[in-house]
Design a protein around this ligand. Structure first.
Ligand code: HPA
Length: 281
């Protein structure tokens, strides 16, 4: 039998070198900004912003509100790199390609990563504009970013029994208390999108243990675990999921609620960034 035809990836070292040349800072914390979290970039003291187009192997995001820049600087006095904008599976990217930036961050020296996203609330206790700390996930995209050619020096079979790091979660909860941010805990379910779910799908996901539903984050979390990064993720609940409220879902509602919640997101993440980070694995 012929081996599967798998495209050989660009070496993540190339883009990591570009980031190292861009600034003398050597951040160990990275934050990926999803819908509703873009204002975090404005709260940074920026040393250098590098467009994704200059980073070898980075996919280009096409969604409005996802600008596509790696921003090196400080937030809350801590050196960080922010990925402002991400590519999604529904844009046609492979999971391998859209998670490539995570491999670059690992190569760059990142030890802790915070992933952010917008999601629909399935748990009836969740109100739009509130946040959820991911305690676990359901990968219902129907694909896995580790499928295909094994990345050099990495394990094939990754343990996901503790994907989201308890020490980082504690820091985020402490930051939420300090900034008076409503931060629920729950399970995030990732679907491929781009259509929103049907009410029947949401009822099914609720039965299966999902508290929120979205179209990102899970592939990045899986690759970050393969790269042995500590991972945390927070979601901005932008709408009740399909069938939970009578109003139809729209991307503009997602963006609008994300925008309204963004000043709280900035407070929460700045406080988190200012706090002590756990040591590397
Ligand atoms: N479903 C899927 N993705 C989402 C939603 C939703 O209701 N809201 C924001 N992103």
């Amino acid at each position: 039998m012929n081996p599967p035809q798998v495209r050989r990836q660009v070496n993540p070292k190339t883009a990591a070198d570009t980031l190292r040349r861009a600034s003398k800072l050597r951040p160990r914390l990275a934050i990926v900004l999803g819908s509703g979290f873009q204002s975090v970039a404005q709260a940074m003291t920026v040393a250098r912003a590098v467009p994704y187009a200059k980073l070898a192997g980075f996919p280009k995001p096409t969604v409005p509100g996802h600008t596509g820049k790696a921003i090196i600087g400080t937030l809350g006095g801590t050196e960080i790199v922010v990925l402002s904008g991400r590519a999604h599976y529904y844009e046609g990217h492979s999971l391998e390609s859209l998670t490539f930036p995570i491999r670059v961050l690992a190569e760059y020296g990142i030890e802790n990563i915070l992933l952010t996203n917008a999601s629909g609330g399935i748990n009836k206790k969740f109100e739009p504009g509130e946040f959820m700390l991911l305690t676990d996930h359901l990968n219902f995209i129907g694909d896995n970013p580790l499928r295909g050619l094994l990345a050099k020096g990495r394990e094939r079979f990754i343990d996901l029994s503790q994907t989201y790091d308890p020490a980082l979660n504690k820091s985020l909860q402490a930051a939420a208390r300090k900034t008076k941010t409503k931060l629920h805990r729950g399970v995030y379910c990732a679907l491929s999108g781009p259509s929103y779910e049907t009410p029947a799908e949401i009822r099914a996901l609720a039965t299966l243990g999902a508290d929120a539903v979205g179209m990102s984050t899970v592939p990045e979390a899986i690759v970050a675990r393969q790269c042995d990064l500590r991972v945390a993720a927070i979601s901005c609940i932008t709408n009740p999921a399909a069938g939970i409220s009578k109003t139809p879902l729209s991307h503009s509602e997602v963006l609008e609620i994300g925008e309204q919640a963004s000043s709280q997101a900035v407070k929460l993440i700045t406080e988190f960034s200012a706090g002590k980070m756990p040591a590397a694995h």
